[in-house]
Design a protein around this ligand. Sequence first.
Ligand SMILES: Cc1cc2nc3c(=O)[nH]c(=O)nc-3n(C[C@H](O)[C@H](O)[C@H](O)COP(=O)(O)OP(=O)(O)OC[C@H]3O[C@@H](n4cnc5c(N)ncnc54)[C@H](O)[C@@H]3O)c2cc1C
Length: 499
Amino acid sequence: MSSVQKRTDVILIGAGIMSATLGSLFKELVPEWEVKVFEKLESAGEESSNEWNNAGTGHAALCELNYTTEKPDGTLDISKAINVNEQFQISRQFWAHLVNKGLIRNPEAFIRSIPHMSMVQGENDVRFLKKRLEALTNNPLFEGMVLSDDPEQLRDWMPIVMEGRSVDEPIAATKIDSGTDVNFGALTRMLFDHLTGQGVEVNYKHSVEDVKRLANGLWEVKVKDIEANTIETHTAPFLFIGGGGGSLPLLQKTGIPESKHIGGFPVSGLFLVCKNRDVIEQHNAKVYGKAKVGAPPMSVPHLDTRFIEGRKELLFGPFAGFTPKFLKTGSNLDLIQSVKPYNVVTMLAAGAKEMPLTKYLIEQVLLSHNKRMDELREFIPTAKNEDWEIVVAGQRVQVIKDTPDGKGTLQFGTEVVSAEDGSVAALLGASPGASTAVHVMLKVLEQCFPSRMPEWEPKIKEMVPSYGVSLSDHPELFKTIHESTAMALGLKEKGVVHN
Ligand SMILES: Cc1cc2nc3c(=O)[nH]c(=O)nc-3n(C[C@H](O)[C@H](O)[C@H](O)COP(=O)(O)OP(=O)(O)OC[C@H]3O[C@@H](n4cnc5c(N)ncnc54)[C@H](O)[C@@H]3O)c2cc1C
């Protein structure tokens, strides 16, 4: 059975952090617009945005070494670290705005302060870490970061990481107390509660099966009501595809020229989760290491104190792996079905180029529990196999596209793909991901509604005072914003020192 529904102003596909953020921006900027959401699962934030499916790091480049690269002349390029940090400051400002306005409550349920640390061992890596500290601490965004190569100090910072560790080789770590753990699942659910309260119609167990452009310019989505087993059609002048890993197939259905020559490369993930409360209580930081040779940048393992359902937890990972699914709840046919005549060359080129990565991912899938524990023991030398269990994390679909670097180049960032006329946009890729949701959704508005931006800009600046301004070049503004957002979000950043 099928039915035709009435037209709405905006359709959002997917109830993850991206649609939640875009919907919330619309409700602030144009509250009169009617917004409908279709989500195939039973509730919001169940795929990558769920707290057990991602690592919950408020990515601000405070501990992730892959955002700082060493150039051939030995100097460091910190531009990516600055960008990621600036983007996280945008998220903090929007979240603080929502809390200050009483639109979401209890920020402790979704964001908490936690020291961010980078730890390396070996002469070369210690040298790199010292250079990185020098390069970053000249920038106000990274103020408060300190380094120690004294094993006694490191024992104080991270007792379980140092217990039983041989310090024959040089070891060092940096620490900054303004890091955060973000429960993106809780935040997504809060934002959807807020949206529902604002009259947004959120349809769960509704899977979008097809997308097409009508002659009158509207986008029509064909939606399956999974429980009633019926098909509905809905139309809107603006469509956002926030399907996470499921975005690529939906973007391909739009047929827009921008959807061609793009493919997706799925990377799965696993976490080791600690079951021993004594061990969990002894650690209090997110500790990132250096990527192993051949590992994709987003799968650098880290040891994370997390706050999930109000409880402290300890997770290690993610271990990357390979499945052909685009969503955790997806199908084994996802990858093959995404290969189309118009992207087959791009996909084949990537396949040929990325053989070492595919081999690495398959080897990762085949690791035994003991081998994974051995990787964990590089962080916690005394870790016992029986204290840790495996939890399957979310899927990340990395974008493959043709770039000036060649056909079929694998991208590790987040990409907004939109039609030239701005009537449809899709979010692809997953890194730095949820932390930069507000920056990325503002980009959707800029790309799709350029004529409305002059009218919306004052309100955006009210919500995000640093909008359009580089905080890195305005230390005083950064200081004011950092302190006011910390206050609104209840962050206790005792280590931050402002001059
Ligand atoms: C292992 C791992 C670790 C990560 N760690 C971090 C981290 O530490 N920090 C960070 O900031 N980010 C991290 N990320 C990235 C972050 O989780 C994602 O960028 C973010 O959650 C993506 O949000 P989304 O809304 O785009 O997608 P999702 O949260 O996946 O939501 C998409 C939704 O769309 C629905 N959907 C899909 N297709 C359809 C359809 N046809 N019809 C209806 N509904 C549909 C899905 O069911 C899903 O609910 C990590 C990701 C992974 C996998």
